[in-house]
Design a protein around this ligand. Structure first.
Ligand code: CA2
Length: 151
């Protein structure tokens, strides 16, 4: 058994409260329950964390890197919210930790405003899941597990 870190960035604590047409009706608690059930179905556990602060997200990625090196963690499922489109620091953190990071977006960021079309994280990510709603988190965990199995 190993851990999967499910990391959510700024404003994702507001899921299910507004903009259901864009982000769906699921709350962050619903998303985290889905991740825990998916990880458990594969014999793993999901550790879920949300922060509105860039530095806290970087600290969590660094800790994930340590756990990955110790063989305790298979990877990270990461929705960086708005920092996706702004953060060189998160790009550098993902590159630096050595653990696979799957970038997730609930909405199809490529079909939205031009400022959401670019991700600083994608070049550093091991995989990307975009536009499948909250179910994207399940798909990302499945992908991470499969990727670990075939390696
Ligand atoms: O589609 C995604 O998952 C996003 O990462 C969500 C971010 C957005 O900035 C990205 O461009 C795409 C927004 C986080 C959630 O924001 C909410 C705001 C109000 C109500 C509900 C959610």
């Amino acid at each position: 058994m190993a851990t999967i870190l499910v990391l959510n960035g700024p404003n994702l604590n507001l899921l299910g409260t507004r903009e259901p047409g864009v982000y769906g009706a699921a709350t962050l608690a619903d998303v985290e329950a889905l991740c825990q059930a998916t990880a458990k179905a594969h014999g793993h556990t999901a550790t879920c964390l949300q922060s509105n602060h860039e530095g806290a997200l970087i600290d969590a990625l660094h800790e994930a890197g340590r756990a990955h090196r110790a063989g305790e963690l298979i990877g990270v499922v990461f929705n960086a919210g708005g920092y996706t489109h702004t953060s060189v620091a998160l790009h550098d953190a993902i590159k630096g930790i050595g653990a696979p990071v799957i970038e997730v977006h609930i909405s199809n960021v490529h079909a939205r405003e031009p400022f959401r079309n670019h991700s600083f994280l994608s070049p550093a990510a091991a995989g990307i899941v975009v536009g499948f709603g909250a179910d994207g988190y399940r798909l990302a965990i499945e992908g991470l597990v499969e990727r670990t199995r075939v390696q």
